[in-house]
Ligand binder design. Structure first.
Ligand code: PHE
Length: 338
């Protein structure tokens, strides 16, 4: 029996393998539960006492040889496998799934593109604002009734610090730090204390525009808006309805003629064919004075449009809440719009 074990030791030493599977088969044959080693261990009690020592040594040697062999072959095969994985440059890459841009970003970028073509730059400012930039500088002094037009979130107990209700605050900052001619658009998130429903939210997004130079007239405003709606919606018919904003005089609401061709057109325009997209007007001289610009020399126009509304319209989104819930199933649908 000892000779048989010595033979097995020699065989184990000579063993080679091409694959991990062959090594595993070898391990099971020698070291497995019902393998050779256990079979010989079980024989141990039948071995004559004077041979026990030699027999024991032989099995131990077999065990170590088999175990060493398994370890050596395994690490050798694993490292060559890894090397071939790393080395083969023709292997196809792992598929990387590409994300989708948020519909708000898509529309915002489109608006930025349209206005940069006619020389507007992009300005940004803080979402947590002070009273001066959001209200007072914009011709809305304390206790002005028009402050109620925009239900405001105040920060804790300080009535001077609030979440901006429009990005007109950015325009104030821009005027304070730049001299005319000014052509800037201010995209960003704004906050109003409104009940959340499918059509309104307590935060949404705006792009406000500001143009200040010598001799800027209402006709310039109208042309600029017409250019914008043609580029954005492919519709050039617009209507300016008289309105009121404290920071502009005269002021108007901007309507685009959308048409009444489909059922959706009826729905979104409430059967009129006209769609309201924002507000505009000639910058009030008081606002210019507040921002250190001489109203005797300069005039300008301003406008503001809602990004969420436009995104809902262009991408047929029926509920504004979808825009802030970050449901990937919703967001994934905008991949093709990249
Ligand atoms: N700031 C106004 C709003 O948020 C929009 C506006 C901007 C109106 C500029 C006129 C001029 O409602």
């Amino acid at each position: 029996m000892i000779d048989k074990i010595k033979e097995l030791i020699a065989e184990a030493e000579a063993f080679t393998a091409q694959s991990i599977e062959e090594v595993e088969a070898f391990r099971i044959q020698y070291l497995g539960k019902k393998g050779l080693l256990n079979t010989y261990f079980a024989e141990f009690k039948n071995v004559a006492n004077d041979q026990k020592k030699e027999f024991g040594q032989a099995i131990n040697q077999l065990k170590n040889t088999a175990q060493d062999k398994v370890n050596a072959l395994k690490s050798e095969l694993e490292s060559t496998e890894e090397a071939s994985l790393n080395g083969d440059l023709s292997r196809p890459g792992d598929p990387i799934s590409i994300g989708a841009r948020h519909p708000i970003s898509l529309v915002k970028n489109q608006i930025i593109d349209i206005f940069s073509n006619i020389g507007f730059n992009v300005s940004e400012g803080p979402e947590i604002e002070d009273d001066w930039h959001n209200f007072t500088a914009l011709n809305l002094p304390e206790y002005h009734p028009a402050r109620d037009m925009q239900d405001t979130f105040f920060i804790q107990t300080d009535p001077d610090i609030l979440l901006r209700t429009h990005t007109s605050s950015v325009q104030v900052r821009y005027m304070e730090n730049n001299t005319p001619p000014i052509r800037t658009i201010s995209p960003g998130r704004v906050y109003r204390n409104e009940a959340i429903s499918s059509r309104s939210h307590c935060f949404f997004h705006q792009v406000e525009g500001l143009y200040i130079d010598k001799d800027v007239s209402f006709a310039d405003l109208k042309q600029t808006l017409q250019y914008f709606t043609t580029e954005m919606f492919g519709k050039s018919k617009i209507r300016l309805r008289p309105s009121y904003f404290p920071f502009t005089e005269p002021s108007a609401e901007i309507d685009v003629y959308w048409g009444l061709e489909s059922e959706t057109d009826y729905k979104i325009t409430k059967g009129t064919g006209w769609l309201e997209i924002g507000g505009c007007g000639m910058v009030d001289p008081n606002v210019l004075t507040n921002c250190n610009i001489d109203p005797e020399v300069y005039s300008g126009f301003a406008f503001g449009v809602g990004i969420d509304r436009i995104a809902m319209l262009l991408h047929q989104i029926s509920d504004i809440r979808l825009l802030s819930e970050n449901d990937v199933r919703f967001l994934k649908q905008f991949k093709s719009a990249l």
